[in-house]
Ligand binder design. Structure first.
Ligand code: NCD
Length: 354
């Protein structure tokens, strides 16, 4: 959301008082707000379901539309979104469910009159079975889950919130689709050299993805983190990864790791998180992926990006050059996003067998 937003960024008060339930093999009725909820077994269950849904979707299996028939998803986006919002909506509809949203977007709902997040979320909670929330405050989805639980008790419902990204915090479902795409394209997560490039400080996708990789407990996998000094991965995440024995290599020089990378995960410099334009301009051209650079990567490497892309992938001509390279798999990644979200919604709403 832009400067005219009526919400403020900064940590949400409930972050530390609400601990989301671990999945532990059972998704139904659980809020999905952090990758910390997932262990390897849960990821395998979800990814098996995703593969089955992808196959059935491609066969136009009409049985899929029974999974969420009669169920409603509310889409609450306080920040801009293309893929997360549309793929969740498409996922719900392809499962036979319905989608609601404030008619002209959340900023023209009572948020415009100054309504707080807790009340808007509880309104959606009265009408929907699942709420997808994107909000600029770190921890906002924890706050939503906290208030939804109280509402659920009161009106005897089980509405869940699924985070679509909370500020510079986490983006758990993006990490799920990213990890699924890595394993799907490389055949396994073991013995991969995975290189995250760009704004590792403010990019929520790389925060969630690196933690999720650690929770998968791969063998012989290395995480290369390439960022300018001012945009390094937060220390707390590095410490957590180290505790889980993930081999990490932090560097400012892409050359150190480009030739050994099996997966290149490129990210946008998060302009909206910078204090001013000068600070952004000073760093915005730091790492630019262009076809000539991709030529230096291994022949069997894959190039991923959560998108949207800006300067970090050069000009539109560069985009075309990159898109033509079979190693660029960001459109497959994008499509997988919908299938992973279908699997997640199916599991969360009714533990459907898929
Ligand atoms: C990302 C996001 O919003 O965090 N996009 C996405 O969800 N696919 C990445 C970004 O905005 O750079």
């Amino acid at each position: 959301m832009t400067e005219d937003a009526t919400v403020t960024a900064g940590p949400s008060p409930h972050r530390h008082t609400f601990a989301p339930a671990k999945i532990a093999g059972k998704f139904q009725g659980k809020h999905i707000i952090s990758v910390d909820q997932f262990a390897k077994d849960d990821l395998e269950i979800l990814f098996d379901a995703t593969k089955s849904i992808r196959k059935r979707s491609r066969q136009h299996d009409r049985g899929l539309t029974e999974i969420a028939a009669g169920r409603v998803m509310a889409s609450l986006f306080y920040e801009s979104s293309t893929r997360t919002d549309m793929s969740f909506q498409a996922a719900m509809r392809r499962l036979g469910g319905d989608v609601i949203a404030a008619s002209n977007g959340v900023r023209f709902s009572s948020v415009y009159k100054g309504e707080n997040l807790a009340d808007t979320v509880r309104a959606a909670g009265c009408y929907a079975d699942v709420i997808v929330l994107r909000h600029p405050q770190v921890g906002s989805s924890y706050e939503a889950a906290y208030f939804l639980d109280k509402l659920n008790q009161r009106i005897d419902k089980r509405t869940v919130v699924v985070s679509g990204g909370d500020g510079v915090g986490e983006h758990p479902t993006q990490a799920l689709l990213d990890l699924f795409t890595i394993i799907d394209s490389k055949g396994a997560l073991d013995h991969q050299s995975i290189t995250l490039v760009g704004d590792l400080k403010n990019g929520r996708t790389v925060h969630s993805l690196s933690k999720l990789i650690a929770y998968y407990r791969p063998k012989g996998t290395r995480l290369n983190m390439v960022a300018p000094e001012t945009l390094r991965m937060p220390e707390s995440i590095i410490a957590m990864l180290t505790d889980l024995d993930v081999e990490i290599h932090e560097t400012e020089a892409l050359d150190d790791v480009l030739g050994e990378s099996d997966v290149l995960y490129w990210t946008r410099i998060q302009e909206e998180r910078f204090a001013n334009k000068e600070a952004y301009d000073a760093i915005k051209d730091h790492f630019i992926m262009v076809p000539e650079l991709l030529d230096q990567a291994p022949k069997n490497a894959v190039l991923m990006h959560p998108l949207p892309r800006k300067h970090e992938m050069g000009t539109v001509e560069d985009h075309e050059g990159l898109d033509a390279d079979p190693r660029s798999i960001y459109f497959e990644q994008m499509e997988n996003g919908m299938f992973v979200r279908m699997a997640l919604l199916a599991k969360v709403l009714r533990e459907a067998y898929v």
